[in-house]
Design a protein around this ligand. Structure first.
Ligand code: HCA
Ligand code: CU
Length: 380
């Protein structure tokens, strides 16, 4: 299966409310993404601000020096000035977007469908004349009349774009529809490759990305931690894990996802919830007695893949949901030997402490000392 990741943490991700990366941070994140192994890095929209311009310039320099290997993209509106700014930076590819749904044509650009086709052809040709590869983004593609969308894609292709991004700008797709859409476009518009840019407004971005790939898309847009406008787009860590599980493809070095997620968490200031897929604190932490007994016996019972694949380790917490297996295992790890009756008593104490969220090792030792009447010294 041919599929790669375009990481847009530095472009879409920086469109998260409250997120701004400094030039230094932009460069460091780009380097980390390249080391992670993403195929493409959308490094920013250089016409937006001088620091984004400067950051992209430094990223392109690192690319020239061989420090970064991913393809570097600059985002651009369908205006010549943006194209000039991006091409001056000598990015590998310019990504030009234009809203093609009737909603966008009427409310934003105030152009007719016909005029829009001319603008798209014109700007794509203009960029090509600067000797740079072009991706055209059909913004709001998923709310666009399908026949017109095909026209848009053919127009962009004929003007020189070799990739088309189909943007689910407001995140309304669902998987079956997504696969149909991409299969259709691949058939109707030969000679280009397609990207899926899926927003997560309905929580289906990862599923839609996989469905798009089944339909023939070859690049998935993602951001670290799922950052982006509103609720963001496809989270890189989840989609990379899903592609590994279902299709056995490694789109990135999976064991480095956690460190990149932490880096972006730190620089974006967006704190990740513990229940976030793959890199969240609880992604491989178990709780209920039945679950812990299961994983102690064979981790595959409650893990879709071993945490080690993602450079992580498994754990479990102890509270009223705990069963005997967990308590026994925990005391064994602490180097404390309790007989069956003592374990039962400890467990009974745990279950009867209403409202206690966690029993730490020190709490457990204290209970065990009370139950056994002995002073228990854990192994150092
Ligand atoms: C934007 C719009 C965009 C573009 C996607 C793309 C969208 O914020 O500029 O270039 O593939 O969601 O439509 O992010
Ligand atoms: Cu977007």
């Amino acid at each position: 299966m041919k599929v790669g990741i375009l990481d847009s943490t530095l472009r879409e991700g920086e469109q998260t409310p409250g997120v701004v990366f400094t030039t230094e941070q932009r460069v460091e994140i780009a380097k980390a993404l390249s080391d992670l192994g993403v195929s493409m890095i959308e490094a920013g929209h250089p016409a937006v601000s001088p620091d984004i311009y400067e950051g992209i310039k430094r990223i392109v320099k690192l690319k020239r020096e061989g420090e970064i290997t991913s393809e570097i993209l600059g985002h651009s509106r369908a205006v010549k000035r943006d194209v000039e700014i991006a091409s001056e930076l000598e990015v590998d590819r310019i990504a030009i977007f234009y809203g093609v749904s009737d909603i966008h044509l009427k409310a934003k650009t105030k152009t007719t469908r016909e005029e829009a086709l001319n603008i798209i052809a014109d700007v794509v040709q203009y960029a090509k004349a600067h000797g740079v590869k072009v991706r055209f983004t059909a913004e709001d593609a998923t709310r666009t009349d399908l026949d017109y969308l095909v026209k848009v894609a053919r127009t962009a292709r004929d003007a020189g774009a070799d990739r088309i991004s189909i943007a689910d700008t407001v995140g309304i797709l669902y998987p079956v529809k997504t696969r149909e859409l991409f299969s259709y476009l691949v058939k109707e518009v030969p000679g280009v490759e397609f990207d899926i840019h899926a927003h997560n407004d309905l929580g289906m971005a990862v599923a839609n990305a996989l469905a798009a790939v089944e339909g023939g898309a070859t690049i998935i847009h993602a951001t670290v931690n799922g950052l982006g406008e509103r609720v963001g787009i496809v989270p890189l860590q989840a989609v990379a894990a899903a592609l590994k599980y279902h299709f056995n493809v490694d789109v990135v070095k999976l064991d480095r996802l956690s460190s990149v997620a932490s880096l972006v968490e730190k620089y974006s200031g967006i704190t990740m919830p513990p229940n976030f897929p793959i890199t969240g604190d609880y992604a491989f932490v178990h709780k209920a007695g039945v679950h812990v007994a299961g994983i102690l016996n064979d981790p595959r019972t409650y893990e879709f893949m071993p945490p080690e694949v993602f450079g992580r380790s498994r754990d479990y917490v102890i509270d009223k949901y705990t069963g005997k297996h967990a308590v026994k295992d925990r005391f064994e790890r602490l180097g404390v030997k309790l007989d069956d009756r003592e374990l039962e008593q400890v467990l009974a104490r745990i279950k009867s402490s209403e409202g206690t969220r966690y029993f730490r090792d020190v709490d457990l030792l204290e209970i065990a000392e009370e139950v056994t009447g002995k002073v228990l010294k854990p192994r150092p």
